[in-house]
Each structure stands twice: as structure tokens, then as C-alpha cells.
Design a protein. Structure first.
Length: 341
């Protein structure tokens, strides 16, 4: 095909042979020295380090910002002191009375707004508990709920806030527009499990341990909707709630929300690639495992933050009605959740 004295035979063919030999030698050296395995290990280590850094960031936001309600607790308590002193009535005559609760909420409204500005959450709220204590039945309580759909941006006045719950007179006073799902009071129903738990868990803990610190009685909810009965509510969120004590009694719940869309921004898939084929998984640990019937895999998030996967190699004996399992386990990923969400 090529003449013996052609340029290809005299020049390019020897160069090609030399390059092939060099490539082969380099490949052999790389494999012999374990360089390829080292590169693979470095990639895995980088992946774990990214996950660890993101989890540290989330933990810092949860503890230092979203759950940092000590100042709000102090200000609301002070507002209650001022209102009761001015009205000249004891707590028993105020608690559970709409007009008096409205007065306390109005005095505390600026404190809630200030908290929303400082802690970078998407919502902050407060609502009174029933004077009769916890009951396993639907509840309707007065309170305040402010929402900020863009917590990292600022605006003059309160034009960027929404008024989700509370007396409309307070919204007018603070010049905040009503949310499309506004309601005067909070509603909680046991049939909506996660929304109910955000209300019931801290109240039950407060009644069981009245001498404990409020922060030790707090509750991080699973993702849920504030209006679970409405298809119009598309804002899924995680809430942090804790009891507020006054004169030794749990009289209210204060809390913050963080919408899941905002949480997703803390875990960008671009940490791994720019094609959307990789990403993070935020795990809520409750001790339960999941089985994927198609892949025959058991997936078990551990309390230590490691996600375990096991090939079950299951075999169903239809005649005996039994299932045999021959497990083949390995660590498939790593994520360290900072709290039990």
C-alpha cells in the first residue's frame, strides 16, 4: 500500500512505533505503581470531602441561624410582661382570650420580623398553646407567621415579606401583604402527621419536662406543608419548633421554617459534575431501611452518617412460601447529617 521509500515509511511509521512503545511503557509503569488506583481513591476522597463540607455548612446554618431563637424568646417574654403590666391582669385572664392574645402578638411582631431578617430562614412563627394542655384532637390557635421567599436578598421596609397567619390588623400595622393562603389562626390536625408533629412534639415534651431548657425540647420536623389540606400549598418545608415558657408554664410555640428548595441550594450537583448526573442525598435517619425490589438491594442509612447498601440475592420459594437471602454488603456512599431532620 505504501512504497518503501515513501515519507510515511521513512518518517511517520517510526515515530508512530516509538510513540506506541512509550505509551505502553508509561501504562505499565502507572499500573505497576498503583497510580490508577491512587487517582480513583483521590476522586472518592474528594467526593467524601465535598459531602462532609456541605454537611458542616448545613449543621452550622441549623444551629447558629435557624435554631438560634434565644433572642426571640427573650423579646416575646418581654412583650408579654409589658402587656400584662399595662393591662393589669394575670396570665390566667389573658391566655386563651383572642383580644388579649392579639395585643401580645402585636407587641411581639417586630421581634419576629427581626428574627426572620437575621437567621436567614424562609419563615418565622409563633402561636399560643391551649390553656387546657395537650389533647389528641384538631387544634386552632392564634399566632403570627411571616414568610420570606428570598431570605438572602434584602428589601426596604417589609415589601418582600408575606403574612401567612395572624390577625389582619397586625399585617396592616406592619405593612405586610397577605399570603394567598392567609388565615387568621393556625390549624393542626392529627391526620396530617408531620404538620401535627411540629405542633405536638414540643408541647408534649414541655409538659413532660417543665424544668428542662426549651432548646432541649425542640423538634426538627420532616418535610411537610403548612397547609397540607390544600393543593394550592406548594411550599414544602422543614420546621424547627420549641416551647416558650412563661411563669413556668408552656404558653406558646416559637419556630422557624426552611423550605426544601432553599435546602437544595446548599447541595449543588455542580460539586461533582456539570451534567446533572450526580448529586447529594440528605438522609433523615429513623432507623428504618428500604428495599428496592427491582435491584434486589437493601439500603440502610446508619446513625454514623454512612449509607450502606446490600445485595440481597433473595430467592422466593413459591411452594414453601419462604424467602431465602444471601447478603452481599458494601459501603455505597457517605453523608453525615448534622441533625435528625
Amino acid at each position: 500500500m505504501f512504497r518503501k521509500n515513501s515519507i510515511f515509511v521513512k518518517v511517520f511509521l517510526p515515530v508512530f512505533i516509538v510513540m506506541l512503545i512509550q505509551t505502553s511503557v508509561i501504562s505499565i509503569v502507572l499500573f505497576a505503581n498503583g497510580t490508577i488506583d491512587s487517582l480513583s481513591d483521590s476522586a472518592v476522597e474528594s467526593l467524601y470531602k465535598n459531602a462532609e463540607n456541605r454537611s458542616i455548612t448545613l449543621e452550622s446554618m441549623m444551629i447558629s441561624y435557624w435554631a438560634n431563637l434565644d433572642k426571640l424568646e427573650e423579646n416575646v417574654t418581654s412583650a408579654m410582661d409589658g402587656y400584662l403590666d399595662e393591662a393589669g391582669v394575670p396570665l390566667e385572664e389573658v391566655w386563651g382570650q383572642p383580644e388579649h392574645e392579639k395585643g401580645i402578638l402585636s407587641a411581639a411582631s417586630h421581634s419576629l420580623i427581626d428574627t426572620l431578617r437575621v437567621n436567614a430562614s424562609t419563615g418565622v412563627f409563633m402561636y399560643f398553646l391551649s390553656p387546657g394542655g395537650y389533647t389528641e384532637s384538631p387544634q386552632s390557635q392564634h399566632g403570627l407567621y411571616y414568610r420570606d421567599l428570598a431570605p438572602l436578598s434584602s428589601s426596604t421596609g417589609n415589601s418582600d415579606l408575606l403574612f401567612l397567619r395572624g390577625f389582619i390588623d397586625i399585617a396592616r400595622k406592619d405593612k405586610i401583604q397577605l399570603d394567598s393562603l392567609w388565615n387568621e389562626s393556625f390549624s393542626f390536625d392529627p391526620q396530617y402527621e408531620y404538620a401535627w408533629q411540629s405542633y405536638s412534639k414540643p408541647q408534649q415534651a414541655a409538659e413532660a419536662f417543665p424544668s428542662a431548657q426549651p432548646v432541649d425540647l425542640a423538634y426538627w420536623s420532616p418535610p411537610h406543608y403548612i397547609n397540607p389540606w390544600s393543593e394550592l400549598d406548594t411550599y414544602e418545608c422543614v420546621t424547627y419548633t420549641r416551647p416558650l415558657f412563661y411563669q413556668g408554664r408552656p404558653v406558646a410555640i416559637i419556630g422557624t421554617e426552611m423550605q426544601t428548595t432553599q435546602l437544595e441550594r446548599l447541595f449543588p450537583a455542580s460539586d461533582f459534575d456539570n451534567y446533572g448526573k450526580s448529586g447529594y442525598m440528605l438522609v433523615r435517619y429513623d432507623g428504618a431501611s428500604a428495599v428496592d425490589p427491582e435491584s434486589d438491594m437493601l439500603i440502610a442509612p446508619g446513625e454514623n452518617g454512612i449509607i450502606y447498601s446490600m445485595k440481597l440475592n433473595s430467592n422466593y420459594d413459591e411452594d414453601a412460601g419462604t424467602v431465602s437471602v444471601r447478603r452481599q454488603g458494601k459501603v455505597s456512599g457517605c453523608l453525615q447529617p448534622p441533625a435528625y431532620l
